[in-house]
Design a protein around this ligand. Structure first.
Ligand SMILES: Nc1ncnc2c1ncn2[C@@H]1O[C@H](COP(=O)(O)OP(=O)(O)OP(=O)(O)O)[C@@H](O)[C@H]1O
Ligand SMILES: [Mg+2]
Length: 232
């Protein structure tokens, strides 16, 4: 049997990919901007994987169904928190890690910052438990760049509600992802404050992008922020 030589080709991709996440309130424009960024990066020749949380794998999408459906009632905050991480564990193993190992660019719509903002801040479970669970479940996996889409609470939630109403009538109510959008203004204010605290705590990773402009203006800001962070 032939011995492996040191200069045999390494089976894994030599250069690890980059992990870019989009964060922000419901309706702040994350999915819109993520798709536009993916298009721009693909046009430059990058191999891009687009995914989302909660979800991104068949099992995690089932958990998403439970978490976002407004028919889900009286879900204990701790159950909500741990279901988010259950979906994330599956997503990391099946999608995120393999893509990063293969040297791809992974664009993910929401990640652990959402859990810190919504369950830690919105549900008032606090950041500590979220960060602790992240360490246990996700190890040291951190995004290389996080785009935090900053916008006003009322305007964002109104946009998300309009979009959901439009898609419900178009899809004949086949999916309902309204559970969080029914929360109060005070809830979303806590979510936004938590996001801003994360941006202050981790300025190297998190780029705060003003999301109040047009789609084209915001896309320009996102492109600039991504280039700057990836260069850094
Ligand atoms: N800059 C913008 N100006 C006006 N409308 C926008 C802008 N960006 C997105 N929209 C519209 O607002 C709605 C919400 O945008 P989008 O779905 O991208 O937000 P999101 O942050 O992904 O929301 P969610 O967290 O609920 O998934 C969509 O109908 C989208 O077309
Ligand atoms: Mg979205």
């Amino acid at each position: 049997m032939r011995q492996l030589c040191y200069d045999d080709p390494v089976p894994t991709h030599s250069k690890r990919g980059k992990f870019i996440t989009f964060e922000g309130l419901d309706g702040s424009g994350k999915s819109t901007q993520l798709e536009k960024l993916a298009g721009a990066l693909r046009a430059e020749g990058s191999t891009v994987v687009v995914t989302r949380e909660p979800g991104g794998t068949p099992l995690a999408e089932k958990i998403r169904g439970i978490l976002l459906d407004s028919a889900t009632r009286s879900l204990a905050p701790m159950a909500e928190l741990t279901l988010m991480f259950a979906a994330r564990a599956q997503h990391i193993r099946e999608v995120i890690e393999p893509a990063l190992e293969a040297g791809k660019l992974v664009l993910c719509d929401r990640f652990t910052d959402s859990t810190e903002a919504y369950q830690g801040g919105g549900r008032e479970l606090g950041s500590k438990i979220v960060l602790e669970l992240h360490r246990i479940v996700c190890g040291d996996l951190q995004p290389d760049v996080t785009i935090l889409m900053d916008s006003d609470v009322a305007a964002s939630v109104a946009r998300a509600r309009r979009r959901n109403q439009a898609s419900e009538s178009a899809e004949n109510k086949s999916s309902d992802e309204n559970r969080f959008e029914r929360e109060s203004r005070a809830f979303f204010t806590r979510v936004r404050d938590s996001y801003l605290a994360i941006a202050r705590r981790e300025p190297r990773r998190v780029a705060l992008v003003d999301a109040r402009g047009t789609i084209a203006e915001t896309h320009e800001r996102v492109m600039q922020a991504v280039r700057k962070k990836l260069k850094g």
